[in-house]
Ligand binder design. Structure first.
Ligand code: FAD
Length: 624
């Protein structure tokens, strides 16, 4: 059976050594964030992740969720664990104190969420989606809705869901058929079917707050295939009285729970809305005359309904969370693979026997096994630091007076959100797969639990917008937004890091590959600028390559910074400061691994991008 030990030493390295979170008391929300306080939070989170959530991970996978007499039953132990989780306040760390949360900075809460996800992804999704839903309500709901719903959601008494997908409409939300008919009392009646809704029904809480996208028909009762009519609605499973008590059951029913590949402990529900009472969240959409308008991610001018603002806010937050889920799955898979590689005896090292007293050497002596382990580890540690750095940039930007600092964080967040979602989850899947490979046949059979990580990680590349669509968002929208300002900001950031360390010989092994990566990325960006407008399929054909290139480059930038911190710490330890030298030396090895093994991929990516889309588009659909 797999084990999980929260990677506290590395999380502390990122939070304290790299980001100086404990030195940021001048930032809003950071005043109480001393090192001791953060340590207490991390230790508490590690305990519940290791001792409460992780033991349920396999049970959730074995049992799954079942619809019984109209009620969805979650796996044995989930309901008790959910209560323990919420009683401890782990669901609401970063929620505002005004709603009953703890106001802990997002950078710390993200580190905590990582542990919960590694321990049990399916379980942690119930609370994760509730957090995103309550954040959308905080931003866009009328005051009365905020008063009635948010405190209960923050406490975890009720959970939240997001409902976009319909049987004929996943990526292309224009095609949505769910309708919202306005009533004289300003409420709406929602009719339609939503599928694949995570946590769409469960037996953990007394009520569920569904955030639902639906179209408000025009004055002729018609709905069109565009986004102009789409709006966001709150539809509770049980109606809520004005004193906060529960009223009668609303017209939303779970008609099925999907049987699926992974995250079996999370109920993926089909929800049928029949005259369900809904409340509009956010402004009414403007009357739109743009029939057939497109929301193709490649079209930069596509109209979007103002009414979808709440859902987009929720989705952006969820995308970063999903990226972190990819890293978290890779972390637990790595831990188990590294342990197995130390224990499993097979063959002798090709450079000479390493353990003559044993009948064979442990497989960790083999370069190919080490290659797999280092691929995973250099991704996990680089991704963790990059994600937490972005959260810290946001915190700094919120406090800044200077508009340019705010813009910088906003630009980097906009640009890197699709990258974190897609690259982290692609790498998360590759990593769990590589970790399973380290086990040989023992990874493929169920007993070791390694194949569950692969199955659980696979969904991350699909939900919250498929990774292909994230790439189109990056290339079609984010690169050209505000005259390309975000990409310029990213490139400047990298060049400034290169300049900072270029005189330091010890940094040469990191700076040279970083420069190569950013040069290639800039060349690819210019290629799109020159070749995508006249022939948009050039952008579509190269988008996924470009996103991966940007992900590799962003982590190369992060590893360069982490290498500099590690060199500094090693020098301090050598002059007598206490510390674990081997920890920082391992950082330098991982940094070099990323530069030597991942950055070279960017050459092939550039070639593929510059090959364009013509040949890809040539073959007739019938011949495929
Ligand atoms: C376990 C699970 C949980 C989920 N949870 C939720 C949830 O909580 N709420 C919710 O609303 N939805 C949820 N989903 C739905 C999920 O977000 C969608 O499956 C996803 O957005 C893709 O939509 P689709 O399945 O209709 O695929 P499609 O949109 O049909 O896409 C099929 C393929 O075509 C590609 N494609 C489509 N359009 C383009 C384009 N313009 N350019 C290039 N490629 C394109 C896609 O990348 C994909 O590879 C969940 C799904 C699953 C399986």
């Amino acid at each position: 059976m797999p084990t999980y030990t929260a990677p506290l030493e590395d999380i502390r390295f990122v939070l304290f050594d790299y980001l100086g979170v404990d030195q940021a008391s001048h930032l809003p929300g950071f005043a109480d964030m001393s090192r001791d306080t953060i340590d207490d939070i991390l230790n508490g989170a590690a305990a519940i992740a290791e001792n409460v959530l992780h033991p349920l991970n396999r049970i959730g996978d074995e049992e799954g969720c079942h619809l019984e007499n109209g009620i969805v039953r979650t796996p044995t132990g989930f309901a008790d664990a959910y209560r323990t989780f919420c009683d401890g306040g782990w669901n609401r760390l970063s929620m505002p104190e005004s709603y009953g949360g703890f106001g802990v900075p997002a950078v710390v809460a993200m580190a905590v969420n990582e542990m919960m996800t590694s321990a049990n992804q399916a379980f942690s999704m119930y609370a994760g989606l509730t957090g995103a839903a309550s954040a959308a309500l905080m931003g866009f709901a009328p005051d009365e809705i905020k008063r009635l719903y948010i405190p209960k959601m923050v406490r975890g008494t009720w959970t939240g869901t997001m409902n976009l997908t319909e049987p004929h409409c996943g990526t292309d939300l224009r095609l949505m058929k769910t309708r919202a008919s306005e009533q004289p009392d300003d409420t709406y009646r929602i009719n339609g079917t939503k599928i694949y809704i995570s946590g769409g029904d469960q037996d953990l809480t007394e009520n569920i707050v569904h955030l639902v996208l639906a179209k408000i028909p025009d004055e002729h009762g018609q709905v069109r295939d565009d986004l102009g009519q789409v709006n966001l609605f709150l539809v509770p499973k049980f109606l809520v009285n004005s004193d906060g008590t529960l009223g009668p059951r609303n017209g939303v029913t779970c008609t099925a729970v999907e049987r699926k590949m992974g995250i079996k402990g999370n109920a993926t529900a089909v929800l049928v809305y029949e005259n369900a009472i809904g409340y509009r969240i956010g402004p009414k959409p403007e009357a739109s005359t743009t029939k057939g308008a497109t929301d193709s991610p490649v079209a930069t001018t596509a109209p979007r309904s103002r009414g979808m603002a709440g859902m987009f806010a929720m989705m952006n937050m969820a995308r970063l969370g999903v990226g972190f889920q990819g890293m978290a799955q890779a972390e637990i898979a790595y831990q188990n693979a590294a342990q197995y590689a130390r224990d499993r005896l097979q063959a002798r090292s090709i450079s000479g026997v390493k353990n003559p007293e044993l009948p064979a050497d442990p497989i960790i002596v083999h370069p190919d096994v080490r290659r797999m382990l280092l691929n995973i580890r250099s991704f996990v540690e680089g991704a963790r630091a990059l994600g937490l750095w972005l959260a810290m940039e946001n915190a700094r930007a919120r406090a800044a007076q200077d508009e340019s600092v705010k813009n910088r964080a906003q630009d980097l967040g906009d640009l890197l959100t699709p990258v974190i979602k897609a690259f982290f989850t692609d790498m998360g899947f590759e990593s769990t797969n590589a970790a399973m490979q380290c086990f040989g046949g023992a990874g493929y059979v169920r007993d070791t639990g390694m194949e569950q990580f692969v199955r659980d990680a696979r969904i991350l590349q699909i939900y919250e917008g498929t990774n292909g669509v994230q790439a189109l968002d990056l290339v079609g929208r984010k690169l050209s937004a505000k005259g390309g300002r975000a990409a310029m900001t990213f490139f400047q950031l990298i060049h400034s890091t290169i300049n900072t360390y270029s005189a330091d010989e010890r940094m040469a092994a990191f700076i040279a590959p970083l420069k190569t990566a950013v040069d290639r990325l800039q060349r690819a960006t210019m290629w799109f600028a020159a070749n995508a407008r006249a022939y948009p399929d050039n952008a579509g054909a190269g988008a996924s390559e470009y996103l991966r290139m940007m992900g590799i480059t962003a982590i190369a930038l992060t590893w360069t910074e982490l290498a500099a911190v590690s060199l500094r710490r090693i020098a301090e330890i050598e002059s007598g400061t206490p510390g674990r030298r081997d920890f920082y030396q391992a950082k330098l090895i991982c940094a070099r691994h990323w530069m030597e093994r991942m950055v070279p991929e960017t050459a092939a990516q550039l070639d593929r991008i510059e090959a364009g889309g013509e040949n890809i588009m040539k073959m007739h659909a019938d011949i495929f």
